[in-house]
Design a binder for this molecule. Structure first.
Ligand SMILES: Nc1ncnc2c1ncn2[C@@H]1O[C@H](COP(=O)(O)OP(=O)(O)O)[C@@H](O)[C@H]1O
Ligand SMILES: O=P(O)(O)OC[C@H]1O[C@](O)(COP(=O)(O)O)[C@@H](O)[C@@H]1O
Ligand SMILES: [Mg+2]
Length: 536
């Protein structure tokens, strides 16, 4: 690999020529006719004659660079920063992948600088073209010499199947594709930058780690100190930082990027989104989610076997999902043994007509047993009202949740024995840590590989302050702020939730037209948010 990098580079005939970044000629170009459209963080940039939009600006309608009126078709790019935004004279080099045997027969090794991924694929004829993200993948030019790269990897937040695969593939991707040999592991999350020694990572060291659960680099909550971290990055001569973690971690990554930019350092900061809850916005799905849904089947199956074997058996399985009930929803749909699924987005109530107790009673009479799956964030307001618990937080500032599974088990037990005078058999299963701790399955492993490689290509190409992930199945570079400003939640007005209701035939816990009235008034995200906050 090294010799391939240092050998003279030839342009393979199979490579389609793609315009270089500078040939687009518009990164630092201003638009005299549109003086107010400057984007503070990305400067004034243009793509196919259309300025990029930052989060601070409104959607832009513009003229092309030759001052011909551009077609106003509502095309918007939400682009990621590039090192040349603040280091204008940074030299670039031909991508060593040009010499790669693996890519020798690939029709188009490099992603065209013009390629973008549409956020919305279901559209109507007259809709504006909408928001797009830069397509991920290798670029013809890189902004780092391979032997000058000193990369580091850090993992933060809770565990999730697949973290080790991402670590492994970043190391192998950097080494095998780009000939990078200097890769450091930061131990124990963000605080490891300034409180621990680093680990040397090589393909050999990480060879088998994808077969294990957890994180080879260990993790932590809290301890994010931007200045100390960036001081450390600077002191160690690190110039590529790969940060694997959830929404909290990505917020931390954005602060690191901003500080790096402020100090004018040639450091690429790449975020790889991790969350078992699947609550990261914009991307299709987070890694480890499929594995978690699969593993949850074992807990649901165990609950079903238990309650089927006794009289009036009530099985309760609590799954992960602080604010988003995706694991509960998908695990329920996959299982077919679940009678009722409760998620944080959908309020429920226990007593009276249409309530959970009535439903449980009906199912017990009908089948002799019932299985309830609930996400950990479901019904929190309900429990808090009763328990008057103090608002606890973890080291990262996340609200500590009360155990809804235990609470519901007690409530059901109480109701049937004391009020209904009916003997029931409750079985409560909380498989959270058993699920989180397993290695990722085959499809998540492949997904993790793509994420890692996309991150490596992006950093080598000089992008920074970005998160990588699939948008409508195509990997894209997404501004970090886009994945941290909102959370992905189960949309009760989507067909997926209706599919669940149709499959379990559970009550919707919503009075008649209440939901539809709200849909008319507000947009879907607001509804989800309101539903979480509604007291029941
Ligand atoms: N708003 C924030 N700004 C900076 N760092 C943050 C922020 N929120 C969380 N972090 C840091 O990110 C790391 C992981 O956050 P946490 O919420 O525990 O997990 P996750 O990233 O999985 O959501 C912790 O080290 C925490 O200090
Ligand atoms: O007990 P821990 O390690 O703090 O983790 C519990 C939390 O971690 C999660 O599994 C994932 O949370 P993060 O993605 O924020 O790390 C949640 O579902 C759960 O509430
Ligand atoms: Mg989080």
């Amino acid at each position: 690999m090294e010799s391939a990098i240092s050998s003279p580079l030839s342009t393979s005939s199979h490579l389609l020529p793609s315009p270089s970044r500078s040939s687009l000629g518009s990164r630092s170009q201003s638009f005299p006719s549109l003086p107010n459209l400057r984007c503070p963080s990305f400067k004034s940039r243009c793509f196919l004659g259309i300025p990029f939009r930052s989060r601070q600006t409104q959607p832009i309608r513009c003229q092309s660079s030759n001052q011909q009126p551009a077609k106003d078709d509502g095309f918007v790019i939400e682009d990621v920063p590039h090192l040349t935004d603040f280091l204008s004279n940074l030299p670039s080099y031909p991508n060593p992948l040009k010499q790669s045997q693996a890519y020798a027969v690939v029709k188009q090794t490099f992603v065209s600088t013009d390629d973008v991924v549409a956020q919305k694929v279901v559209v109507q004829k007259d809709d504006p073209r909408g928001v797009h993200f830069r397509r991920a993948g290798p670029r013809e030019k890189v902004y780092f010499k391979s032997d000058e790269v000193r990369a580091c990897i850090v993992t933060c937040g809770g565990l999730c199947p697949g973290i080790n695969t991402v670590i492994r593939e970043i190391v192998c991707g950097l080494n095998y594709m780009y000939g990078v040999e200097d890769i450091l592991g930061i131990e124990g999350g963000y605080r490891g930058f300034y409180s621990k020694n680093t680990l040397r990572l090589t393909p050999k060291v990480v060879n088998d780690i994808h077969k294990r659960g957890g994180t080879f680099l260990r993790t932590s909550r809290g301890g994010h100190d931007t200045n100390k971290i960036v001081d450390n990055i600077q002191d160690r001569g690190i110039n590529q930082v790969y940060i694997i973690g959830g929404d909290g971690t990505q917020k931390g990554a954005a602060l690191i990027y901003k500080e790096v930019e402020k100090r004018g350092l040639q450091v690429a900061v790449a975020g790889i989104p991790k969350t078992i809850d699947n609550d990261i916005a914009v991307i299709d799905k987070s890694f480890g989610f499929d594995t978690a849904v699969e593993e949850a089947q074992r807990a649901i199956n165990a609950a079903h076997v238990e309650v089927e074997s006794v009289e009036n058996g009530v099985g309760i399985v609590k799954l992960m999902g602080r604010y988003s009930g995706f694991i509960a929803l998908y695990a329920t749909l996959a299982s077919r043994d679940v009678d009722c699924c409760l998620v944080p987005e959908s309020p429920f109530y226990l007593e009276g007509r249409g309530g959970l107790f009535e439903f449980v009673e009906e199912r017990l009479k009908e089948n002799g047993h019932v299985v309830i799956v609930l996400a950990e964030g479901a019904g929190q307001e309900y429990i808090a009202q009763e328990m008057q618990a103090v608002d606890g937080k973890d080291a990262s500032g996340n609200k500590l949740l009360l155990d809804v599974g235990l609470w519901l088990t007690e409530k059901i037990k109480d109701h049937f024995t004391k009020v209904q005078k009916m003997a029931i058999n409750t079985k409560y299963i909380d498989p959270t840590y058993m699920i989180r701790a397993i290695p990722s399955n085959a499809s998540d492993n492949i997904y993790c590989t793509l994420l890692a490689q996309s991150a490596v290509h992006g950093a080598m190409a000089g992008f920074s302050g970005f998160t990588v992930g699939p948008v409508n199945s195509r990997h894209a570079y997404i501004p970090i702020s886009r994945v941290t400003e909102t959370q992905n939640t189960v949309n009760l007005t989507d067909r997926m939730w209706a599919r669940l209701l149709a499959s379990t035939n559970q009550p919707s816990f919503l009075e008649g037209n209440e939901l539809h009235e709200r849909v008319d008034k507000e947009d879907v995200d607001v509804i989800n948010h309101n539903m979480r906050a509604t007291s029941i």
